[in-house]
Design a protein around this ligand. Structure first.
Ligand code: ATP
Length: 513
């Protein structure tokens, strides 16, 4: 068993296919890049995560309601939001291989390679010297200092070029760093140009410009344009929130790392409308609230950290990411942004309609400020799956692969087995399934030895297995086996429903919030 993160990640990806979690989209036609299908177990896990988020946001908060806006929106929405003019990635082509790259990613990868060199130097030195002090080594070793200076120079030039939208300078940086195309090996680069990430299509039968509409690149705008409708019909008072889950589409150029970055993905967003001046207090509130939600999954506190944005978008007055330690490093999982009144004001301007709140206490109307929480459902899925995936060595030289998913999120909660396929045991197993299936997803398995059936359920992540044996026919008890501890206990059949209800229902997670 390899312990290298890149090998483990590869194993997770193949596990997802082998155990019915995720398939490549249209695989029989060799797939479609950065598009994936959720299979029988994946669809259940995804649905359970979505439901946990929805209940935590909408059901537990009296002042948050949920909506389900359409994917297609009036094209002016995206002009107002800034997406038509500024939702871009800088692209560069290699003239020899004809391959296209994100210029920023080429530079970031180049910097990452130098960082790797530093880490290798440190690793070597740590082995060589007793009482090795990394901080001292970093500040005194000539080679490390040289590498670090190079990184700092590149980062500074890159940041300045991005800020100034100076595409020539970005190209020059690629040339100065002598970055070559991984396919052709040459430095024969085109100019850098901006590429809009929105997918467009035409509505109706006439194909002129006026009919161009976009597939939404984020769900948030569906909330902003409905702000007044919801506020009025729901008689909502500030502060209040509107939550929504749904598909978003981005024509990502660098699509890699499995479902981490996809072209069609799902977001779970909540816009919290507040009185101007109180937004920082609510920003802190939602930062803590969302981290608590993630921690309730018990995937390990060390796997999460906040990353505060130093460079803020022009409309934001505070922003941070909750990052998760994926097998390929700490990366953004969720964004929490204080967006001021930018979006509602933009929509006021472009629609000519007032999107305000009448404050009875102050006897005046104003445009509310907004604090947003925005998490990718697919990234959340990947974070849960990668933390849950374990290759374990057992006593006696045996091994197993287990998905230690939070029980409330597992696709199948209980698997029921008859010890043998005769003597009335399958019938009793079916009877137990009938008692449980109105509350949970339950599955039946009678093939192979019980040991093999346990392994299959471990690999799917089923938290409990129930085995019906000959004793069950006499005293109505069964063996309940726990996925994580592998302990077995004997229990009356009549206790099963209440026992599982306590362990695997979403309530067990929601109560921690
Ligand atoms: P990144 O910097 O990784 O591209 P972003 O900052 O553009 O992400 P946001 O626009 O803030 O992301 O979107 C909110 C959330 O939506 C992200 O935190 C992420 O979980 C998810 N998300 C964004 N783009 C994708 C994608 N292409 N595939 C899967 N999830 C995504």
């Amino acid at each position: 068993m390899s312990t290298k993160p890149e090998d483990i990640f590869k194993n997770i990806v193949s596990h997802c296919k082998e155990y019915g979690y995720i398939f490549q989209s249209s695989e029989i036609y060799d797939g479609l890049s950065a598009v994936y299908d959720y299979a029988q177990n994946g669809a259940e896990l995804k649905k359970n995560i979505r439901e946990y988020w929805w209940k935590a946001m909408v059901q537990l908060n009296e002042n948050i309601v949920g909506i389900d806006a359409a994917i297609f929106m009036h094209p002016t929405t995206w002009k107002a939001s800034g997406h038509v003019d500024a939702f871009n990635d800088p692209l560069i082509d290699n003239k020899d291989s004809k391959k296209r790259y994100r210029a920023d990613v080429l530079i970031e990868d180049f910097v990452a390679k130098i960082e790797d060199k530093i880490l290798k130097e440190i690793e070597k030195a740590a082995k060589r010297f007793e009482n090795f002090d990394e901080t001292v080594y970093r500040s005194t070793n000539a080679r490390v200092i040289e590498y670090q200076t190079k990184i700092n120079d590149i980062n500074l030039r890159f940041k300045t070029a991005l800020n100034d939208n100076n595409l020539n300078e970005i190209r020059q940086l690629i040339i100065d760093c002598e970055i070559v195309c991984p396919i052709s090996g040459t430095k024969n680069w085109t100019d850098v140009r901006q590429f809009n990430l929105m997918f467009s299509t035409a509505i109706g039968s006439v194909s002129d410009e006026a009919n161009t509409i976009y597939l939404r690149p984020e769900t948030a705008q569906g909330i902003f344009v409905n702000y007044l409708n919801v506020q009025k019909t729901g008689r909502m008072k500030l502060p209040f929130g509107i939550a929504q889950t749904g598909k978003a589409f981005r024509n990502e150029i660098v699509a890699r790392q499995f479902i981490f970055r996809m072209r069609e993905f799902e977001q779970m967003e909540m816009q919290f409308f507040v009185k101007p001046g109180t937004e920082m207090q609510w920003y802190e509130h939602w930062k803590n609230n969302r981290l608590k939600w993630h921690l309730s999954l018990e995937l390990g506190k060390h796997n999460y950290k906040f990353h505060d944005h130093i460079k803020l978008a022009h409309y934001a007055n505070a922003a941070c990411d909750i990052e998760f330690q994926f097998p390929f490093g700490f990366k953004e999982l969720e964004g929490i942004h204080s967006r001021t009144d930018f979006d509602l004001k933009q929509h006021e301007q472009h629609s000519g309609k007032k999107l305000q709140f009448f404050d009875v206490e102050e006897n005046r109307s104003y445009v509310p400020y907004v604090v947003e929480t925005s998490v990718g459902l697919d990234r959340l899925f990947l974070s849960i799956l990668s933390a849950a995936y374990k290759e374990e060595k057992l006593e006696g030289g045996d091994s197993r692969i287990v998905l230690s998913l939070p029980p409330a999120l597992a696709p199948i909660k209980v698997a029921v087995f008859p010890l043998v396929k005769k003597d009335g045991l399958p019938e009793l197993a079916e009877k137990i399934i009938t008692e449980l299936k109105y509350n949970f997803n339950v599955s039946y398995d009678e093939k192979d030895t019980v040991g093999k059936r346990y392994r299959r359920q471990d690999a799917i992540g089923t938290p409990f297995c129930v085995t019906v044996d000959h004793q069950s026919l006499q005293d109505n008890t069964v063996t309940v086996r726990n996925r994580d501890t592998m302990n077995q206990e004997r229990m009356p059949i009549s206790n099963l429903l209440a026992y599982f209800e306590e362990k695997v229902s979403l309530k067990s997670l929601l109560k921690q919030l």
